[in-house]
Every structure is written in structure tokens, then in C-alpha cells.
Ligand binder design. Structure first.
Ligand code: SF4
Length: 772
């Protein structure tokens, strides 16, 4: 298909906009073209030519993995024998979608000897792993019977939906179970996003109700326009965070952007990109950002004209009517109400970041326009994580960097979102029963006596491994013993599936058709996930399983279309040639009008106000001022504020749980070949190791009051003193005493929540001891 091009250029006003052109521009850095857009969709086949006797089928991993790449299956005699990826060389304008190592590991996964291939019924104690093979009819009859029994005996809220993002795509994703349970009469839902709820919340408070976190950042092609990039708790080199993000960052660095990394660990991204690395104590990031705001304000480096025009709440002159005196951010920074000036020295005591370093970084941020703060989700996975994100967005606004080329809102997603491609409609939950996800252990344990909507009697889990992936595993599995019934759809007998009464074998994405869009909301493309092989053994699609159950339960209208009809409908209005899309595999879609989110609001605020109550960027949230405790989980101040977490002095080390490059959360956790890419170990600073008599490689016990696990120690100065890290997602494998033996981090983390519903994985205290 012929493509006429339209390109992002900088306008005279300095804004990055899409314009029609057919050439690539060059010239000064800020004059360069920053994105290519095709006005029409271009369909590409991102794969090598098949050899005789094989077919090469394009798909992408249907997981919550951080990227969205071309992952091609080489199929011989009905079996996937090899994986390859997009063979083209990288260019910024038309980047190929190169797979990460997990994509190549899909061959090991789909052909794994432990793959579930027929339904199972539990025969031993719950969690023992003892099951017998049964027929589909037996399994589905039992599940239907138990669903009706539990609903009619206790009400639908006694059924808990523990489904998650193990299968993540347009049709065969989480909507399958949500739609099913909602149409059945409802359930209790675990509502909050375990990765990013703090950011989801903060984006809406600061940038407005219609602002979506996946489209509140900037397209990576704009990175080159930044003079300064601060990677704050953000490591796309470990967690991917958008296919090609590392290449775009390297390009920005090559063109002169200075890159600073603030993180408790010297990450892969920091090693490869950063001109400077600054350690910080986990769970204290908001204090550092607030002190940077203090430095900028006290030295008069804020962009006052920008603040006056676009921002609510920086100073007393820009507060909404009715706000009390001293409610502005400036008053808070200067200690006008609490008597505490938020100086670098004040921050150093909390964060461990040297005051002089912080002051220098703040001045640099205030004088290096355009500058971008790129935040990861990890600092928001803390007990007041929303304050971290709000403080970062406040700094972006104070320095006039929101909505301009080379600047950024403070998020690290793209500006595109889902490109208009819709998800299977899930409907709404008739019970309205909702619980913050990180409270699963407390919910199962205490039910109504803990103030929750129901006593949970049954769990329904599709593509979820929440017993492993939410905090306080020991409490979860103990409480699970009191369940009356539990059903799991999955590919393997995961740590969660081991506790089920009925396990149903599901297809992987290779065994069905689907469509997927970029994880980070950046890059404006879609991939057709073409079926490569027939379902293995007796495996069925999750959607088909729920359809079968719907028939048994008398639910009408759950699934009234074929797979192809659904995909045509969900991509309708975006994909203009479905057959070509399915055949070729990759659709390059039109780019958003601006490469940077909120450019329109900054360019023309009168006609395009922010969707906050004031129409401005709200450092002072009018919504929170009116309703400080939106979820009944605790009050949130209207301005970004440092709130100290309780320190558990029994356990002197702070634990962080970053991503493994060998897993997507717990997916791939049973693959010995892939696991060699990124070893499971506990990072500990050299000084902390010496103090405990630990040497590199030694087996150690990591423990606190909630549990313990065992891992080899990695003694390194790549982690800050007083901090240890364990990569999240290793499979809970208890010994006879119940202690974990394989490095499952969530035996240590606490079942708590931030007031905004964030899961505080990174607010955790532990100690480490050598195993003799
Ligand atoms: S980033 Fe995601 S989609 Fe890309 S290869 Fe890795 S696991 Fe697959």
C-alpha cells in the first residue's frame, strides 16, 4: 500500500505537531523532525522468509511484559521449533520490533513438559499438588454446580475474581473472566493495578479525569529533543517499558542529552546510559523531589509565567476559592505552616541522597530546558506512592516542561494509548464489591469482620497467579485452606493453581488468534497474533471455557460471535484492511497529533483546558481537597506531601523487588534455559554483607516477621547501603516448615495499601543472614 507521510516538526512556537510532508528533515537538534506519521495505515510482514517445510507465523507475547514485539514462530509438522524476530535494522522513524529474550524463550515455554493438557481435580490436601485427570464434562459440570451453589447460598460477592494479566490481549485477555462473572451476577473484584495504581491515580489528579496514564507521556521519538533526562526509578533495560525504548534513549544520549539515573540500584539502564547515578533509599523518593522543588523555588528558577498560566496551586495567588491560607505548594516547601523548610539537608536525612548532589541536580533541572523527568512505576509501589508521582509532576510543571517537545509530564508511557483498538467489553460488576488488590491476604483471612464486602468462599482465576504475585504469601495460602471451592485456568500448575479444586488447561496465545497494541502506549502500531499451532492436548481457549460454562449456567449473550467476528469488531474503525492485517501481521497506525502529551492544552489552553476541575495542571488537587479519602483507605493531602512510613527497626534493610529479564512477573518462572539470562539472587551492598559475614555467592536467608526465603547472595556496590533486592516473580516453593526455598519475594512483602490503592511492594523491611 502506498503511504503518504506526515511528519512531526517543531512549530515557530516550539511545539511538536504533525504536519504533512514527504521528506525527512535535518538540521539543528531542536529543528529536527521528531516523528514520522503515516496518514494511511501501512501493513508489514516483520519476519524472515520461511525455509522449505516450515511456516513462519507472526505474533507477539500475550503477556504484561513491558513491550510489544514481533515474535515469530517457525512451525514444522505442527510444532513450534524456533522463534525469530523482526529482521530489519533499527531506525528511529520506522523502528523494527525486536524481541527480548523472553520472546525467544516462548519456544521453551510452549513445548514445556509440564504444560497442562487435560482438566484436573484435586485429590490431596489443598496446595499439595495432588490431582487426578478428569474429562471436560466432569470439570465443567463441577465448576457450574459450585458457582450456582456459592452464589445462591452466600450471594455473588462470595466469589472472588483472581484473574489477571497472564493473558493480555484484545480478545483473549482479562475481559473474558470479568465479562463472564459480571453476567453471572457479579463477584468481588480486586480493582487496583498492582504495577501502577499510584501513577494512574496521580495522573488523573494532576492532569485531569480524562487523562490516561498510558497516553500521558511522550512518544520515544521525542527523547532526542531533551537536554536533560532524569530516569527516576525507571529501567527500561530491565523492565523493557516499550519496545525500542533503550535504542531511543541511546539516540538521545548520542545527540547530547545528559542522562541522570536516580535509583537504589545501578540498573542495566543506568550502566548503559547514565552520565551520573544517584542512590536513594527506597520509598523515600517523594522527599527528594519535594526538596528539589524547594531548591528551584528558593533560587527563583521556576518558570513563573508558565505556572501563572497553566498551573493551579503552586503559590498562594493561584489557589482555588475557599482554599485555606498556606495551602499552596510553595508555602509547604517553605515550611510556612508546619515550620519545616524542605531543604536538601532535610531530604538527606530521609533519602540518603547527599544534599549537595540534590541541590546540584535541582539547579540543573531548573536551568536545562527542555528537560524530562521519566518516572518508573516502582517508586510508586510504596505506602504513599501517589505522593511520589504527584511530586514528580509538580516538578515538571514548575520547570515548564509539561506539553513541550523534549519535556515530559513525569510519566514514562507514550502519548498514543491503545490506538483506538478496543478490548472485549467486560460490562460492570453488579455487586459493586471492590477490594484493593494488595489486600488479598487480609480479605481472604478476615472477610466481613475486616470490613470487606463479603466472606470469600470461592475463587475464580483465569491467567492469574496472585497467590505468588501479591503481598504476604504465607497468609494467603493459610487463608485459602478455608475456601469452599477454587477454579483456575492456566498453562501450568503454578503456585496459585496448586491450591485449586479444579484446574482447566488453557491455550497459549500461539493456539488462538488475537490482536495486541504497544504495552507502553507508545509507538502507534498493532500486531495480529496469528494462530501458529493447534491447541495442545485437550487445551481450550479461556473464552471458549467461559462460553461452555455460560451455556450450563443459562447466561445468554456472553459470546455471540466467532473469534474472527470479534476481532473484526474490536479493531473496527482503526484497521482498514483486516485481511491484509491478518496476513502480514503488523499495522503501522497514524501517529498522534503531538508526540508529547498535553501539547494541545499548552498550545491552546482556552480551547483545550486540562480535564481537572480548574482546567489547569493541578499541583493543588481540587478533587482531593473536596474528598480527601476517595477510597476509604486513608486521607490524601491536596498537594504533594512527604508522609513518613513506619520504620520496622527489627529489620534494618529495605527490600526492593525489581523485574527479572527472564520473567514477566511469574510467567516463565519454570524455564531452566531462559532463567540463565538473569539469575535469581539477593543483591546486598558490600558493607552490609561484610557486617553479616556474607560472601558473594553464599546461600543466605532473607527474612522478616511475615516469612523467609533462600537465595544466593550477590555482594555488590551496585546497590545502595542498607538496601537489598530480590527480583519479583520466582515461584513460591515452600519446604516442610512453610519457608520459601526459591526466592519468592512476596513471602516478605506486606498486605497493605496506599490511600490511592497502590501496592506497597517496595516499602518493606527485612534482614539477611548466612545459611551455615
Ligand atoms: S518485550 Fe514482551 S512482547 Fe517483546 S519479546 Fe519480550 S516478552 Fe515478548
Amino acid at each position: 500500500m502506498a503511504a503518504d507521510c506526515s511528519l512531526y516538526t517543531l512549530t515557530a512556537a516550539g511545539h511538536s505537531r504533525r504536519t504533512r510532508d514527504t521528506k525527512f528533515h535535518s538540521g539543528s537538534k531542536l529543528g529536527r523532525v521528531v516523528a514520522v506519521n503515516r496518514a494511511r495505515i501501512v501493513y508489514e510482514a516483520p519476519r524472515v522468509t520461511a525455509k522449505p517445510g516450515e511456516s513462519v507465523v507472526t505474533s507477539t507475547c500475550g503477556h504484561n511484559c513491558g513491550g510489544r514485539c514481533a515474535v515469530n514462530a517457525h512451525v514444522r509438522d505442527g510444532q513450534i521449533v524456533k522463534i525469530s524476530t523482526d529482521p530489519r535494522r533499527w531506525t528511529p522513524e520506522m523502528p523494527p520490533l525486536h524481541a527480548c529474550v523472553r520472546g525467544f524463550g516462548q519456544a521453551e515455554r510452549v513445548n514445556h513438559p509440564d504444560r497442562l493438557k487435560h482438566p484436573l481435580r484435586r485429590t490431596g490436601p489443598r496446595g499439595s499438588g495432588q490431582f487426578e485427570r478428569i474429562s471436560w464434562d466432569e470439570a465443567l459440570d463441577e465448576v457450574a454446580h459450585q458457582m450456582l451453589r456459592v452464589r445462591d447460598t452466600y450471594g455473588p460477592a462470595a466469589i472472588l475474581d483472581c484473574s489477571r494479566t497472564g493473558s493480555l490481549s484484545t480478545l483473549h485477555g482479562r475481559g473474558v473472566s470479568q465479562r463472564f462473572l459480571h453476567m453471572f451476577g457479579g463477584c468481588t473484584e480486586l480493582w487496583s493495578n498492582l504495577s501502577a495504581e499510584a501513577e494512574i491515580f496521580a495522573v488523573k489528579q494532576t492532569y485531569g479525569a480524562k487523562a490516561e496514564y498510558k497516553s500521558a507521556g511522550r512518544e520515544p521519538i521525542d527523547y532526542v529533543n531533551s537536554r536533560l533526562i532524569v530516569m527516576w526509578g525507571w529501567s527500561p533495560g530491565d523492565g523493557t517499558f516499550g519496545t525500542g525504548t533503550m535504542q531511543y534513549l541511546k539516540r538521545a544520549k548520542h545527540h547530547g542529552a545528559r542522562i541522570v539515573s536516580v535509583d537504589p540500584r545501578v540498573t542495566r539502564s543506568s550502566r548503559q546510559l547514565a552520565d551520573e547515578h544517584v542512590f536513594i533509599r527506597p520509598s523515600t523518593d517523594a522527599a527528594a523531589l519535594i526538596a528539589m522543588a524547594y531548591v528551584i523555588t528558593s533560587q527563583g528558577l521556576q518558570d513563573q509565567a508558565y505556572l501563572d498560566r497553566y498551573v493551579l496551586g503552586f503559590d498562594e495567588a493561584h489557589l482555588p476559592p475557599g482554599a485555606p491560607a498556606g495551602a499552596s505548594y510553595r508555602a509547604y516547601l517553605m515550611g510556612e505552616v508546619d515550620g519545616v523548610r524542605k531543604t536538601p539537608a532535610w531530604s538527606e536525612k530521609i533519602t540518603g541522597m547527599p544534599a549537595a548532589t540534590l541541590e546540584r541536580l535541582a539547579v540543573e533541572l531548573g536551568t536545562s530546558k527542555p528537560a524530562a523527568i521519566q518516572c518508573g512505576y516502582a517508586p510508586g509501589r510504596t505506602i504513599h506512592g501517589e505522593q511520589f508521582h504527584r511530586a514528580a509532576y509538580a516538578l515538571a510543571a514548575m520547570t515548564g516542561n509539561v506539553g513541550i517537545p523534549g519535556g515530559n509530564s513525569g510519566t514514562s508511557n507514550g502519548a498514543t494509548g491503545r490506538c483506538g483498538i478496543r478490548l472485549l467489553p467486560a460490562g460492570t460488576n453488579p455487586t459493586g464489591a471492590r477490594v484493593a488488590s494488595s489486600m488479598l491476604a487480609d480479605l481472604l483471612d478476615r472477610g466481613r469482620t475486616g470490613g470487606y464486602p463479603a466472606d470469600i468462599k470461592m475463587i475464580y482465576s483465569v491467567a492469574g497467579d496472585l497467590f505468588n504475585q501479591v503481598p504476604n504469601v504465607a497468609r494467603i495460602v493459610a487463608a485459602a485452606q478455608r475456601l469452599e471451592f477454587m477454579v483456575v485456568h492456566d498453562h501450568f500448575l503454578t503456585p496459585t493453581a496448586r491450591y485449586a479444586d479444579i484446574v482447566l488447561p488453557a491455550t497459549t496465545f500461539w493456539e488462538r488468534n488475537d490482536v495486541h497494541t504497544p504495552w507502553a502506549g507508545a509507538g502507534h502500531y498493532a500486531i495480529f497474533m496469528k494462530q501458529a499451532i493447534e491447541p495442545m492436548g485437550e487445551c481450550r481457549n479461556d473464552f471458549d471455557i467461559c462460553s461452555e460454562l455460560s451455556r450450563r449456567l443459562g447466561i445468554t449473550g456472553y459470546n455471540d460471535k466467532t473469534e474472527e467476528e470479534w476481532l473484526r469488531e474490536l479493531t473496527g474503525g482503526v484497521i482498514d484492511d483486516f485481511d491484509t492485517f491478518r496476513e502480514r501481521g503488523l499495522a503501522r497506525l497514524p501517529a498522534p497529533d503531538d508526540a508529547v502529551a498535553f501539547a494541545r492544552e499548552i498550545r491552546d489552553p482556552e480551547h483545550h483546558p486540562f480535564t481537572t476541575p480548574s482546567g489547569k495542571i493541578e499541583i493543588y488537587s481540587m478533587t482531593l481537597a473536596a474528598k480527601p479519602d476517595p477510597y476509604g483507605l486513608g486521607a490524601i493531602p491536596p498537594i504533594p506531601t512527604w508522609i513518613e512510613d513506619e520504620i520496622d527497626s527489627r529489620y534494618p534493610l529495605r527490600l526492593v523487588t525489581p523485574k527479572s529479564r527472564a520473567r514477566t512477573h511469574s510467567i516463565h518462572g519454570n524455564q531452566p534455559i531462559l532463567s540463565r539470562v538473569d539469575a535469581d539472587d539477593v543483591w546486598i551492598n558490600t558493607a552490609d554483607a561484610i557486617a553479616r559475614g556474607i560472601v558473594d555467592g553464599q546461600a543466605v536467608r532473607v527474612f522478616n516477621a511475615r516469612g523467609a526465603t533462600r537465595l544466593p547472595a550477590r555482594v555488590t556496590d551496585r546497590i545502595a547501603p542498607g538496601v537489598v533486592s530480590i527480583k519479583e516473580g520466582a515461584w513460591f516453593t515452600p519446604d516442610t516448615s512453610g519457608a520459601d526455598t526459591r526466592g519468592c519475594a512476596n513471602v516478605l512483602t506486606a498486605d497493605r495499601t496506599s490511600p490511592a490503592g497502590a501496592a506497597p511492594f517496595n516499602s518493606c523491611f527485612v534482614d539477611v543472614a548466612p545459611i551455615p
